[in-house]
Design a protein around this ligand. Structure first.
Ligand code: HEM
Length: 471
C-alpha cells in the first residue's frame, strides 16, 4: 500500500541531493539491553530498518509487549476511533504532574475532555490573530539583530532563535507583561531527556523514582506569580489586553459552564509553557534544510519577493505564501519536532486484524511514519512539492502527523504554525543563512527532535532595502 501514488508523484527536484542528517539506523532490532542504552541517548537511533518496512511491528521485551504502529488505519483506530482506550503512558503523565496534577499532559478521561473543551477556543487561530502583527515585529527585531552581526560571524541558530520564541510566546501568553518570560525560558528545557526509567512500567511501590520531582519543585517559585496574573485578569477592574492568560482565566466549559480553578489554571500554563519551545525545532531544521537546498531557498525567496516585495508581511499574506507552507510541512515530515507518541492500552483491542492485549505499549512515531517506505515515495528525499494539494489528496490523512491527530492533537498547532511561518518568512525575506562547514549534525530525540549540538550558521543580508525599511 503506497499511500503516495506513482501517478501523482511528479517530482521536480534534482536527482542528486545532499545527504540529509540522520541518526545511526540499526539493521536489526535492538535487544532489551541495547534499547536501554540507546533510547535515553537518542530515541530515533533505536529505530531499526524493519520499522520503516512494516506497518505494524510487534516486539516482546522482558518489560512487556510493544507495538510500533505506522499503519494509517491503525493510527486512526488508536488516536481517533478508540482514543479513550489508549492513554498516555503513566511515567510521562507523572513527569507532567505539576502543582495539582490537572494539566492536559497528565489528565485522561472526562477531566481531560473538560480541560480541552475549555482551553481550545483560547488557542484558536481567530483568538491569536490580534497578536500576529506583534509577532511579525518581534521577528523583524531578530532580523535586524542578525543583519547587524559582523560578516562571517558564526552563531548557534537554536540558542539564537530561543530568544525570539521566548519573546513571542511571552507576548501571546501575557501581552506586555514581561514577568512571565523567565518561567517560559525555564519550562522550555522541561523535561529535557527521558530515560528508560521514564517509559518502563514501574509498579506503584517504585513511583518514588521520579527524576522530575526536583525540576518540578523548582517551579514553585512561579506559583505566586501565576496566581497573581490570573487574579488580575479575573478582577472587575482589569483593564489589560485579552491575552492568552485572560482568555484562559475567563473561559468556561461550553457543556458545564465551569471555569478552571486556580490550581488547574496554574497547571495548564505550566503544561503549555513546557510545549512552547517545540516550534524552535521546526525553525532550526528549516534553516538547516534551506541552507542545504539552494533551489528551495531560491523558490522561497522568489515567492516572498513576489507577494511581499520589501514590505512587512501581514496575517492576510500567509495563505498566499504557498511554497513557504509546503517547505515547512516537508521540514516537519523529515524532522518532526515531536518524534514519538507513546500510549498504553487500557483494555484489549483489535486493529488491522491484530489483537492488542490490555497493558501493551503502543509507539506511534512521526519519525518512522513520515519516512515509511510503504507510505511515501522516496521518503528520504527532500521535496516540498509532496505537499501540493493533489499529492496531499492522494495519500492518507494519517501518513503525516507532526501535530498528532484526533482529540489529543496539539492544542497549540495554530500558534506553532503561525510562529514558524512568521519567523521563516520575515528572516528569509531579509537574510540568507549559511551552514558553517565541517559540522557533524545528528538528529537526536529526547522529548523533541533537535541536533545533538546546536547548528552553527552565518548570515548575510539579502535585501538591504528591506532590512533598512522594515527594521
Ligand atoms: C511545531 C511545533 C509543535 C509540534 C510539532 C507539536 C506536536 C504535538 C503533538 C504530536 C502532540 C500530541 C502528543 C500525543 O498525542 O502524545 C502535541 C500535544 C500538545 N502540545 Fe504540541 N506541538 C508543537 C507546539 C506546541 C506549542 C507551541 C505548545 C504550547 C504553547 C504545545 C503544547 C501542547 C500540549 C499542551 C499538548 C497536549 C495536548 C493534550 O494532551 O490534550 N505544542 N503537540
Amino acid at each position: 500500500m503506497l499511500v503516495e501514488s506513482d501517478a501523482t508523484a511528479v517530482t521536480q527536484v534534482p536527482q542528486t541531493q545532499p545527504a540529509l542528517a540522520l541518526p545511526p539506523r540499526p539493521r536489526r532490532p535492538l535487544s532489551s539491553w541495547q534499547l536501554f542504552r540507546t533510547f535515553p541517548d537518542n530515541a530515533v537511533a533505536a529505530c531499526d530498518e524493519e520499522l520503516f518496512e512494516e506497518l505494524l511491528v510487534e516486539r516482546r521485551f522482558f518489560w512487556g509487549r510493544l507495538f510500533v504502529v505506522s499503519d494509517p488505519d491503525a493510527i486512526h483506530r488508536i488516536l481517533v476511533e478508540n482514543v479513550d482506550n489508549y492513554i498516555r503512558i503513566p511515567p510521562v503523565r507523572r513527569a507532567f504532574t505539576f502543582t495539582s496534577g490537572s494539566g492536559m499532559n497528565h489528565l485522561e478521561g472526562e477531566e481531560w475532555w473538560r480541560h480541552r473543551r475549555t482551553i481550545n477556543p483560547a488557542l484558536d487561530y481567530r483568538a491569536l490573530l490580534p497578536d500576529l502583527p506583534e509577532l511579525i515585529r518581534l521577528s523583524e527585531d531578530m532580523a535586524a539583530h542578525l543583519a547587524a552581526l559582523p560578516p562571517g560571524q558564526e552563531f548557534p541558530i537554536g540558542r539564537t532563535l530561543t530568544h525570539l520564541l521566548t519573546r513571542t510566546t511571552g507576548r501571546v501568553f501575557a501581552g506586555e507583561d514581561r514577568r512571565i518570560d523567565t518561567l517560559l525560558l525555564r519550562l522550555g528545557r522541561f523535561p529535557e531527556n527521558y530515560s528508560m526509567l521514564d517509559v518502563l512500567p514501574l509498579p506503584r511501590s517504585l513511583y518514588f523514582i521520579d527524576r522530575y520531582r526536583r525540576a518540578r519543585a523548582g517551579l514553585g517559585e512561579y506559583y505566586a506569580l501565576l496566581d497573581e496574573l490570573f487574579a488580575e485578569r479575573r478582577s472587575a477592574t482589569y483593564a489589560g489586553g485579552k491575552d492568552l492568560l485572560w482568555r484562559m482565566a475567563t473561559a468556561r466549559d461550553r457543556e458545564t459552564g465551569r471555569e478552571l480553578g486556580a490550581a488547574e489554571l496554574r497547571d495548564e500554563v505550566l503544561t503549555l509553557a513546557a510545549g512552547a519551545q517545540a516550534p524552535l525545532r521546526a525553525m532550526t531544521w528549516g534553516w538547516y534544510l534551506l541552507a542545504q537546498f539552494p533551489a528551495a531557498e531560491e523558490r522561497l525567496h522568489a515567492e516572498l519577493d513576489a507577494v511581499l516585495g520589501a514590505r512587512s508581511p501581514t496575517p492576510e499574506d500567509f495563505p498566499r505564501l504557498v511554497y513557504l507552507r509546503r517547505f515547512i510541512d516537508e521540514t516537519m515530515r523529515l524532522y518532526p519536532p515531536l518524534p514519538v507518541m507513546l500510549r498504553t492500552a487500557v483494555a484489549d483491542d483489535k486493529t488491522c486484524g491484530r489483537h492488542i492485549p490490555k497493558g501493551s505499549f503502543i509507539a506511534i512515531m512521526p519519525w518512522v511514519v513520515h519516512r515509511h517506505r510503504k507510505l511515501w515515495r522516496d521518503p528520504e528525499r527532500f521535496d516540498p512539492d509532496r505537499f501540493a494539494p493533489d499529492r496531499i489528496a492522494a495519500r492518507s490523512r494519517y501518513a503525516y502527523i507532526p501535530f498528532g491527530v484526533g482529540p489529543r492533537v496539539c492544542v497549540a498547532a495554530s500558534l506553532a504554525m503561525a510562529e514558524i511561518q512568521i519567523a521563516i518568512a520575515v528572516l528569509a525575506q531579509r537574510l540568507r543563512f549559511h551552514l558553517v562547514p565541517g559540522q557533524t549534525i545528528e538528529p537526536t530525540a529526547w522529548s523533541t527532535l533537535r541536533p545533538r549540538h546546536d547548528i552553527q550558521m552565518t548570515v548575510e543580508p539579502r535585501r538591504p532595502d528591506a532590512v533598512a525599511a522594515g527594521c
